[in-house]
Design a protein around this ligand. Structure first.
Ligand code: BTN
Length: 271
């Protein structure tokens, strides 16, 4: 394997073939690439961009959780995209991001699935997490941008206290027992994401949802969910266009969940 270098030069080279990305930022160390993206958007950035870091001091995950990764272990990046689609459908970005990650991993013979809403799993362990946010400009004449923050575990050979994670973690190395250069994985992700973003911009949401559902390992499973204020037990019945999960409660009633964390899932059950 070539040395696993992720830096400004390799990133620029990596995005060259993708029309989608117009600007590239690389940081040896930063608080969080999502924070930086928010800041760039506030200050008027109006072009699609890729921001990556070797190390984050305050990496963030969903529900204000911390996202930690040691130097050189992961691909830590945020993509800023501007869309001509209406705001109501922007949550579909989460679908195309997870699909693209699954496709990219498949290229390296890693078979991944999606745990609602946007965790990417291999052998039911989490290999990648996504945090999607919207960044607004101070100047109201400018456009807001979608920030897609992604962490992919690549080189970790073990995880300390892995049982304490909300979903047990894994890495590319642990799953395929060989080192794969991070830039190659990023390149494949951008390849698929660029294509899916075109579908998104064309409004092909049926196709996108269909593909997402094909990769879902959540539908049909018994699970326990935590929303901001309640714990819910039931079976995942359906995923809807707006990104929500329909759960059949033990009472038989169908409940629509828009934001929650799946804290337990019965993997033994067939989906
Ligand atoms: C989650 O699973 O809770 C989402 C984790 C998202 C982590 C990535 S790492 C790059 C980007 N910058 C951040 O601060 N968070 C995202």
């Amino acid at each position: 394997m070539q040395a696993d270098i992720l830096d400004g030069t390799s990133l620029k080279e990596c995005v060259r073939d993708f029309d989608l990305i117009k600007k590239v930022y690389f940081f040896n160390e930063i608080d969080s690439t999502n924070n930086k993206a928010i800041n760039l958007l506030q200050n008027g950035l109006q072009e699609n961009a890729l921001l990556a870091a070797e190390y984050q001091t305050k990496g963030r995950g969903r529900f204000s959780r911390a996202w930690f990764s040691g130097k050189g272990e992961s691909i830590l990046f945020s993509i800023i995209v501007f869309s001509s689609q209406p705001r109501e459908v922007w949550q579909n970005i989460s679908f195309i991001t997870t699909i693209s990650l699954v496709d990219a991993l498949k290229y390296f013979n890693i078979s991944a699935t999606i745990k609602w809403p946007n965790d990417v799993l291999v052998n039911n362990k989490k290999i990648s997490g996504i945090l999607i946010e919207i960044g607004h400009p101070k100047d109201k004449n400018k456009k807001s941008g979608i920030i897609i923050g992604i962490g992919i575990n690549v080189n970790q050979e073990k995880f300390e206290n892995s049982k304490n994670f909300s979903t047990e973690p894994t890495s590319v190395f642990l799953e395929c027992h060989k080192k794969i250069e991070r830039i190659k994985i990023l390149e494949k992700f951008l390849f698929f994401f660029s294509d899916w973003f075109k579908e998104f911009e064309k409004g092909n949401f049926n196709l996108i949802l269909k593909k997402y559902k094909q990769h879902s390992s959540t539908i049909g499973k018994a699970l326990k969910l935590k929303t901001a204020d309640v714990v819910i037990h039931g079976t995942a019945n359906e995923i809807e266009e707006d990104g929500s999960l329909i759960v059949r409660l033990d009472s038989g009633i169908l409940k629509k969940i828009t934001a929650a964390d799946i804290v337990e899932i019965d993997w033994k059950q067939k989906g």
